[in-house]
Ligand binder design. Structure first.
Ligand code: HEC
Ligand SMILES: [Cu+2]
Length: 366
């Protein structure tokens, strides 16, 4: 009944439109993320081939799809609290309006003297009954929270590094991926750390949120229950590229598919392909490849061009300049981006070979 009511409201408020559009997105290819630019969706080398089960899930107008063990419980508690609020609101307002009318000032009606100031029985009743409700909400909420925090034995460990404006995933084998890959009905332990400021892990389909705090590890675990592609967002405002800090969570059918999607061997790819992958994993949050300006300048046509620096000098973008930009971003700053560069150093993060791959890739962006 409640759900029917909701879908009626959803239709009336334009929820229907949303589902239609969702259908259009799906037919355009399962790899195309919601709201992404064509450049973003060039098709990540780590994304699985777009086959049927791998498509975006949108859920209904009120809630995204439930894709984890926790989701049903979270939704149930949410609706419980919601309806408790609605019912109490209705009762309190009805009684208030009734009393205002019944006891309004009018000739011939006087307040009894002395006026009654309290009623012990009534007061105990309206204190004790709601406390039971509140304690129940607290216990249900706390037990849900502990369930998400206590990691089961044998969960597959994935390390997550958040940085401005990027998520980076490392599998147990040590493979770094652009998207988070998981296997359906398998427990995954997610250990998160931040390289710079406060971020927040938020996967609506899992009903899971966890702050990612610089200087310490946050831990959650999750068992995805649906095959598909879900959205990961950053839920803590972390700078001007915050809204771009979103990725896919790809839930595979089997470990075979998982391995196919996550294992990447540099030797099996061209330097340009390796560079493209490294770009997506490390730089795409701030540098576009379609000419649009994000937090930093676009890489389109960058290689070989002449750049004005904050010092007023002109600089040709060649291999040496790119290497120094990556390792010492504060050294030469592009005009319009000073006084300090927002770019973090990649010293110790990218090997000389990886930097060569990135340069090879940048050369292809004409
Ligand atoms: C947090 C955002 C951010 C990330 C992540 C980032 N950059 Fe930058 N980058 C900037 C900003 C801002 C500038 C412009 C200021 C400057 O020159 O440092 C810049 C400038 C550059 C320049 C000089 C561009 C020019 O026009 O002269 C290069 C080259 C560069 N970045 C390469 C990279 C590479 C390669 C990566 C990934 C390994 C990367 N950046 C990751 C923000 C970022
Ligand atoms: Cu963030």
């Amino acid at each position: 009944m409640v759900n029917q009511l909701f879908s009626l409201i959803a239709q009336a408020t334009g929820g229907q439109e949303k589902t239609e559009q969702a259908g259009a997105d799906k037919s355009a290819g399962a790899e195309v993320p919601l709201g992404s630019t064509p450049a973003d969706s060039a098709g990540g080398p780590t994304a699985p081939a777009p086959s049927d089960p791998y498509e975006y899930s949108y859920g209904d107008y009120w809630f995204p799809e439930r894709a984890s063990d926790f989701a049903a419980e979270v939704d149930w508690l949410f609706y419980f609290i919601f309806w408790v609020c609605v019912i109490f609101f209705a009762i309190i307002v009805a009684v208030m309006v009734g009393f205002v009318i019944k006891y309004r000032k009018r000739p011939g009606h006087m307040a009894p003297l002395p006026s009654p100031s309290h009623n012990t029985k009534l007061e105990i009743l309206w204190s004790v009954l709601p406390s039971f409700l509140l304690v129940f909400m607290f216990v249900a909420g706390a037990s849900g929270y502990f369930k998400q925090r206590i990691v089961p034995e044998g969960a597959y460990e994935t390390h997550i590094e958040a940085s401005q404006f990027n998520w980076q995933f490392t599998t147990e084998r040590g493979d770094i991926t652009e998207d988070l890959h998981m296997v359906v009905n398998e427990p995954f332990k997610l250990t998160m750390e931040s390289r710079d400021v406060l971020h927040s892990w938020f996967v609506p389909a899992f009903r899971q949120k966890m702050d990612v705090v610089p200087g310490r590890y946050s831990e959650v675990w999750v068992k995805p229950t649906k095959i598909g592609i879900f959205r990961l967002y950053c839920a803590e405002y972390c700078g001007d590229g915050h809204s771009l800090m979103k990725r896919n969570v790809i839930v595979h059918e089997s470990w075979d598919d998982f391995n196919k999607a996550t294992i990447w061997k540099d030797e099996e790819h061209t330097p340009e392909e390796n560079g493209q992958r490294l770009y997506k994993i490390n730089c795409a949050g701030c540098h576009s490849i379609d000419g649009s300006v994000k937090t930093g300048p676009s890489f389109l046509g960058k290689y070989g061009s002449d750049e004005p620096l904050t010092t007023g000098a002109m600089q040709t973008v060649d291999d040496n300049y790119i290497i120094s930009s990556i390792l010492e971003p504060q050294k030469d700053i592009v005009e319009g981006y000073g006084p300090r560069s927002q770019m973090p150093t990649f010293k110790g993060k990218l090997s000389p070979k990886q930097i060569r791959y990135i340069i090879a890739y940048m050369k292809t962006l004409k």
